[in-house]
Design a protein around this ligand. Structure first.
Ligand code: CA
Length: 226
């Protein structure tokens, strides 16, 4: 459950936003001033900050600057001052999005979800992939086949995970190498073949009649779609 920090001095607005966000499954903390809001950001480590611009204590611009000094926490600015938005959301301050008052709480919830989705690294979106009789858990780096754990190396795990996230999509060896190692050097692509061979053996898969990993000759490999 993602935690949202609302920094807004209009108590009624805080109440409305809180109830909509909680209904959408978020946990919510709030502060009515910029300075206490910044302290709450430090203490609560929220996943996203909904930040009013004109606030007592510290204004929203100061709060954004303070947060951006050390963190990339997504920030959505709430403002009545339309003319400020370009400056705020642009590179200068680094807020992620804005909503202008008056707004519909529904729209705010939609923006919160969109910004959180964007902020999340792709590989973290899918913590667990369940495909065919495989269970691939990105948090524990464990794979089970029909409930039985398989002993995969990090490399084999990363290759399998990458392909299983997009069944049917053919990955080049270089793409798989890059997904598994973060970097890839041309000339080393063929090392993938050895990992695939080991993966197949551990999965009990056959290269000529695969159930999991298909070879696309001259291109690379894919996770077999049903
Ligand atoms: Ca205000």
């Amino acid at each position: 459950m993602a935690k949202i920090l609302i920094i807004e001095d209009e108590l009624e607005l805080v109440k409305v936003l809180r109830s909509y966000l909680e209904n959408a499954g978020f946990s919510v903390v709030s502060a009515l001033r910029g300075d206490t809001g910044l302290a709450a950001w430090q203490n609560e480590a929220p996943d996203l900050v909904l930040l009013d611009l004109s606030l007592p204590g510290l204004d929203g611009i100061e709060v954004t600057k303070a947060i951006r000094k050390t963190a990339a926490t997504p920030i959505i600015i709430i403002t009545a001052r339309v003319e400020d938005t370009d400056r705020i959301v642009g590179l200068e301050l680094g807020a992620d999005d804005y909503v202008t008052k008056p707004f519909s709480p529904r729209e705010v919830v939609a923006r919160v979800k969109a910004v959180l989705r964007r902020a999340q690294p792709v590989e973290e979106l899918t913590k667990k992939i369940i495909i065919k009789d495989l269970e691939i858990d990105a948090e524990s780096y464990k794979v089970k086949k029909a409930g039985e754990p398989l002993e995969l190396t990090r490399m084999e795990f990363a290759i399998l995970q990458t392909m299983a996230e997009h069944p049917g999509k053919v990955f080049s060896r270089l793409q798989l190498l890059e997904a598994a190692q973060g970097v890839a050097y041309e000339g080393y692509e063929r090392t993938i073949d050895a990992h695939i061979k080991n993966l197949r053996s551990k999965l009990g898969d056959k290269a000529d009649r695969p159930n999991y990993i298909e070879t696309s000759f001259g291109i690379g490999y894919s996770f077999k779609e049903d």
